[in-house]
Structure formats: structure tokens, C-alpha cells
Ligand binder design. Structure first.
Ligand code: FAD
Length: 387
């Protein structure tokens, strides 16, 4: 079997790329280890930033794929004292509220149901052969047996633990990483954000509440790296939320899931090797405080889709050869933003973490967003993904 492009992973990055390629008439196959229902229910990110919205608008797909405009406000709440930051930006559309799972459902519908795209679910044993001066070969197994696909390009969109990056020989990639030394407990609850999305900082640790649909929200609570489910009963979760937001009126609600995310930042460079190109979490991870993981995956795909179309349709490989060099400065810029957000949220709160000196400087950094139009403008640009 032959195709132009094999994409490994049907997450945000893989499905967005496949949809753009399919729309451009380029044959591609997506290989996904999970079933369709599983990929449609995995709930993570909630906001498509303004830059990514503009990409979907250029493809004339924003209204079909994304929900309505997102609140352009953030309640930075320090020990119960609210200050509302307004995300400002004159250049085009605002970000859109769209849960990651809704984006996946819409992309699958567009790609498979409307455009007859080729997504193969529940595949196992994906193996990549990416030899010099040869067409790459991808083999995999499914319920009907083992298969091989020859192609021009392989795109690794299979997240941090996938096979694509792991197929690259030792010594080719450099791994840059930073461990923050604590974790966030992520809890999806049956209670909507009623006012503004909240980034809460307190002497007891930070807490964020972000919208995840009309009836739900995601709370994130700073916790120890060693914490697990046994440490966080639902009762403790709600008590800590009330304490950290200084709001005793918050009532317990159903908790749908709880999991623990160790905070770390990682970049692998370069993001390509021969005819294999990495995108999204396969190439970089950011801590959730910045809400940029999915948006950086979409940024990669914006650049990579144009580069692939140039190589395949116009026989011009320049942009593809420069893919990694084009993308990485943006990734590093947003890694810096993620570190800024994460450190500010943590250091300005619990003084036990890094001491009272760092607490005061972090609070000054937060104040600056409200006192300096220059700082506010820069923060807005990062929130919108446009700088
Ligand atoms: P994924 O979405 O992880 O997709 C990878 C796909 O590859 C999966 O479908 C997987 O099943 C498949 N796969 C893996 N291995 C194989 C294999 N061997 N063979 C075949 N298929 C394979 N980002 C934001 O922008 N905003 C947020 O608010 C936000 N919140 C988050 C909250 C949490 C709790 C978490 C965990 C992440 C959050 N993120 C957020 C990050 C965001 O979810 C990721 O950055 C995003 O999913 C990356 O997309 P991706 O397509 O690269 O990878």
C-alpha cells in the first residue's frame, strides 16, 4: 500500500493536519492506537487561542470546528481579592471556547464523515523505517493482521509517549527540560464557571477554575509531586478550593475525574529527522498554567501543513527542510511564557515553596499586569498567542 503522508496519532495535531491535507487533495492515512469513542471523550484543553482561530479561519473551517468566542477576562484572585485582567487585542478574532474533545469530535466528523478521510483506529505495533534516501515505510497491526504503508513523509503526532520520537536514533535529538518540583491536581467537576475564569493565588497554594462547557469546569490545585488519589478525597478537594479562593459559598458538586500532572517543560530539538517530522506533545510539553499545549500543537500544524503542501504540490522542499528552525523560536517564546505563568502562580502564593522574598517579587510581577499598560499588552499577546 502507498500514500503520500502517514500521520501517527489522531489527537488535535494529527487530525488537524489530516483535515488540511485531505482538503488540499493530498492522500494521507492516520494511524491511532485507541478507538474512535475513546479519542472523542478525552477531556483536556478548553480554549483555542486567537492565533489558532485565525489559522482555522484561513482554512474556512473556524465556524464548523470551533464554538463561540471565549471570555476575554481572567480573574487573578490573590487571597480572595479579585482583579479582572482584560485580554485586549485589535488584530482579528478573539480566542474561542472549544473543549479539546469537542474539537476532536468536529475534526473526526469533518475528516471521516464529510471528506471520506482515512483514519485507522485500534492499530498496534506501529514501526517506522526512515532510512536515508529511501521512501519511509510504516508497519502496523490491527484485527485483520499486519500491514505496511510506503509513503513520502511520516508525521509523528503521537504525544510524549508515542513511537515516532522514540524511533529516532540516539544522539540526533537534544532534550531540554525543566522540572518545577510540584504537581497540579486536575479535577473535572459538574459546576460551571459562573463569573470569570479564575487563576487563584493564595497562601495555601494556587488554584485555577477554567470553563469546560456550559455545566462543567476544570479545577487545578497545586499539590505535592508525591500526592495521589488517596491524599485527595472529594471532601478535601472542595475544602481546599473554598480555602484557596477564600469563598465559603462554593458548594460541593460531582467530581468526574481527578488526575495528577507533574509540572514540567520539555523541548526536543530538532523536530525532524530525514522524512519524519514531529508535532505537538511529541516534540514539546508545557505545564497547564499557560493553557498553551494544544495551541502550540496547532501552531506546529499551521507551519507544517504549509511546508508539506509546498513539498508535495509545488515540489519545493525549502519550508519543510526549515520546519524545525521556523517553529522552535515560537515554541521557546511560549515555553518562557509558561514558566512565567507557572512561577508567578506558585511563588506569589504559598511562601513555603520558595520563601517570602520570591513571594513578594512574584506579587510585584502580578501587580505589574494591572499597573503597566506595556506589561498588560504583552500578557494579552501571549494569551492570544499572537506574539
Ligand atoms: P495528543 O492529543 O496527546 O494525541 C496523541 C495521539 O496519539 C493520541 O490519540 C494517542 O492515543 C495517539 N498515540 C499515542 N501513541 C501511539 C502509537 N504508538 N500509535 C498510534 N497512536 C498513538 N492545552 C491547552 O492548550 N490548554 C489547556 O487548557 C490544556 N489543559 C490540559 C490539561 C491536562 C490535564 C492535560 C494533560 C493537558 C492539557 N493541555 C492543554 C495540553 C493538550 O491537551 C496537549 O498539548 C494536546 O493534546 C497535544 O496534542 P497532540 O495532538 O500533540 O497529542
Amino acid at each position: 500500500e502507498e500514500t503520500k503522508v502517514v500521520i501517527i496519532g489522531a489527537g488535535v495535531s494529527g487530525l488537524t493536519l489530516a483535515t488540511f491535507l485531505q482538503k488540499s487533495g493530498v492522500a494521507c492515512v492516520v494511524l491511532e492506537r485507541r478507538d474512535r469513542a475513546y479519542t472523542e471523550t478525552r477531556q483536556r484543553a478548553g480554549v483555542v487561542d486567537a492565533r489558532a482561530v485565525q489559522m482555522f479561519e484561513r482554512w474556512n473551517m473556524a465556524d464548523r470546528l470551533l464554538s463561540g468566542p471565549v471570555a476575554q477576562t481572567i480573574d487573578y484572585r490573590l487571597n480572595g481579592h479579585s482583579r479582572i485582567f482584560e485580554v485586549a487585542g485589535e488584530d482579528g478574532s478573539p480566542g474561542r471556547f472549544c473543549t479539546q474533545q469537542m474539537l476532536i469530535i468536529n475534526l473526526l466528523q469533518e475528516l471521516i464523515d464529510n471528506m471520506a478521510g482515512d483514519v485507522r483506529f485500534e492499530v498496534t505495533d506501529v514501526v517506522i523505517q526512515n532510512e536515508e534516501d529511501q521512501h519511509p515505510l510504516v508497519s502496523y497491526s490491527d484485527a485483520s493482521g499486519s500491514h505496511q504503508i510506503r509513503c513520502d513523509y511520516i508525521i509523528g503526532c503521537d504525544g510524549d509517549r508515542g513511537v515516532s520520537r522514540a524511533s529516532i536514533p540516539q544522539g540526533i535529538l537534544t532534550r531540554y527540560s525543566h522540572e518545577f518540583g510540584y504537581a497540579w491536581l486536575a479535577a473535572l467537576v459538574e459546576a460551571p464557571v459562573t463569573g470569570n475564569p479564575i487563576m487563584g493565588i493564595s497562601d495555601y497554594g494556587c488554584v485555577a477554575q477554567l470553563p469546560r462547557g456550559p455545566h462543567r469546569s476544570r479545577y487545578y490545585l497545586q499539590c505535592a509531586l508525591s500526592d495521589g488519589h488517596e491524599d485527595w478525597s472529594d471532601e478535601r478537594l472542595w475544602n481546599e478550593i473554598r480555602l484557596r479562593l477564600s469563598d465559603n459559598a462554593i458548594e460541593n458538586a460531582t467530581v468526574h475525574d481527578k488526575f495528577f500532572v507533574p509540572l514540567r517543560s520539555v523541548v526536543y530539538a530538532p523536530m525532524q529527522y530525514r522524512n519524519l517530522f514531529l508535532a505537538g506533545d511529541a516534540a514539546h510539553l508545557v505545564p497547564p498554567a499557560s493553557a498553551k499545549g494544544m495551541n502550540l500543537a496547532l501552531f506546529d500544524i499551521d507551519i507544517l501543513s504549509k511546508a508539506l503542501l509546498g513539498a508535495i504540490l509545488d515540489q519545493d522542499k525549502t519550508a519543510l527542510e526549515n520546519y524545525s528552525d521556523t517553529v522552535l523560536p515560537h515554541i521557546w517564546n511560549y515555553q518562557d511564557f509558561s514558566v512565567w505563568m507557572t512561577d508567578m502562580m506558585h511563588d506569589a502564593g504559598d511562601p513555603g515553596q520558595h520563601g517570602t522574598f520570591r513571594q513578594m517579587t512574584a506579587r510585584a510581577r502580578l501587580d505589574n499586569l494591572f499597573n503597566s499598560p506595556t506589561a498588560a499588552r504583552m500578557h494579552s499577546e501571549y494569551q492570544r498567542g499572537t506574539n
